[in-house]
Design a protein around this ligand. Structure first.
Ligand SMILES: C[S@@+](CC[C@H](N)C(=O)[O-])C[C@H]1O[C@@H](n2cnc3c(N)ncnc32)[C@H](O)[C@@H]1O
Length: 271
C-alpha cells in the first residue's frame, strides 16, 4: 500500500503536480522526506518514501485530524457514522464545539467533505464559517483506515515550517508548498483562504531555509506563485521550471482558468 490520494479537499492541494514530482525525483536516492506545509499532503501520499517522513503544518485542526487518524481511525469513524449530511445537520455540527480529540477530527473531516468547495476558513474567533456545499457528501471511512496505515511511523507536528531546519541532513528531500503571498494590489495571487497569511517576510525565511537545505547537501522542491517578486527571491536557489495548472478555487468571484506556477529545485536535470 504505497500510493494513495489525499483524504481531504485543500486549497492549493498539489495532486495535479504528482506526475511531475514523480518524474523529477525518479531514481533520486534520498533519505528522509519532509513536507512542512503538508495541507492535504498529496505528494506525501502519492508515493512510498524510503526512510523516515516528517509532516507538519501550522493549522492545529488539520494536524489534530492527521494525528487522530494515525492513532485510532476507528474512533474517528465512530463519530463520523453519527453525522448526517443534510444542510440542517451541517450547520448544527458546524456550531458544535467538541472537546474529544477524535470527535474534533471527525467534525473537521465532515465539514471538509460537506462545506462549499472544501475550503478551510475561520472567523476572527477561530470558528469555522464556510457555508454548506449543497451536495451531500459522506466521508470515505474505508480510506481513513488506509490513510492511518500510511501514517504509522510518520512524525506529524503542528509548527511553523522553519522548525524542520535542525532535522535536515545530507540527501534528505524537502517538498515545500507554501500558501501564496497576498500582495498589496492582489496582483497575480489567488485568494488566501487560510487563517494564516503568508507574508513576504515568510518568503524570505523560506529562502533562508532553502539555503540551509542546499548547504546540507539535501534536496528541495519548492512550488510557488508565478510572479516577479517570487522569481527574484528564489531564482538563485537552483533550476526554475514553469508549470501550468487549472485553477479550481471556486466561488462567484473566483478566478478559473489556467495559471502558471513556479517550481524551483536543486535536483539536477537528467539527460
Ligand atoms: C498550499 S497549502 C499545502 C497544500 C498541500 N501541498 C496539498 O497537496 O494539499 C499550504 C499549507 O501551508 C500551511 N501554512 C501556512 N503558513 C505556514 C507556516 N508558517 N508554517 C507551516 N505551515 C504553514 C497552511 O496551513 C496550508 O495547509
Amino acid at each position: 500500500m504505497a500510493q494513495i490520494t489525499s483524504f481531504i479537499r485543500w486549497a492549493g492541494g498539489k495532486s495535479w503536480l504528482v506526475p511531475y514530482v514523480k518524474e523529477l525525483i525518479e531514481g533520486l536516492d534520498y533519505n528522509n522526506y519532509f513536507e512542512p506545509f503538508m495541507g492535504g499532503a498529496s505528494i506525501f501520499f502519492s508515493m512510498e518514501h524510503p526512510h523516515q517522513s516528517y509532516l507538519s503544518d501550522i493549522n492545529p485542526e488539520l494536524v489534530n485530524t492527521f494525528c487522530a487518524i494515525k492513532d485510532d481511525p476507528q474512533a474517528v469513524i465512530s463519530f463520523i457514522k453519527g453525522y448526517r449530511s443534510d444542510e440542517e445537520s451541517y450547520y448544527k455540527i458546524r456550531r458544535s464545539n467538541p472537546k474529544n480529540y477524535f470527535e474534533i477530527a471527525a467534525r473537521f473531516l465532515y465539514l471538509n467533505a460537506n462545506s462549499f468547495n472544501g475550503i478551510y476558513r475561520v472567523n476572527r474567533q477561530g470558528q469555522y464559517n464556510v457555508p454548506y456545499g449543497k451536495k451531500e457528501k459522506n466521508v470515505n471511512c474505508d480510506r481513513l483506515i488506509e490513510i492511518s496505515e500510511k501514517l504509522q511511523n510518520v512524525d506529524i507536528q503542528c509548527q511553523d515550517f522553519y522548525k524542520i531546519r535542525d532535522l535536515i541532513n545530507k540527501r534528505d528531500l524537502v517538498f515545500l508548498d507554501p500558501p501564496y503571498t497576498v500582495s498589496k494590489n492582489n496582483n497575480h495571487f489567488f485568494i488566501q483562504y487560510n487563517q494564516h497569511l503568508f507574508s513576504l517576510d515568510d518568503q524570505y525565511r523560506l529562502a533562508d531555509l532553502i539555503e540551509y537545505i542546499i548547504s546540507q547537501n539535501a534536496w528541495f522542491i519548492l512550488t510557488n506563485a508565478h510572479n516577479s517578486a517570487i522569481l527574484e527571491i528564489f531564482q538563485s536557489t537552483g533550476r526554475v521550471i514553469e508549470k501550468e495548472r487549472k485553477s479550481l478555487i471556486g466561488g462567484k468571484n473566483a478566478f478559473r482558468g489556467n495559471v502558471q506556477e513556479y517550481i524551483f529545485t536543486n535536483i539536477p536535470e537528467r539527460n
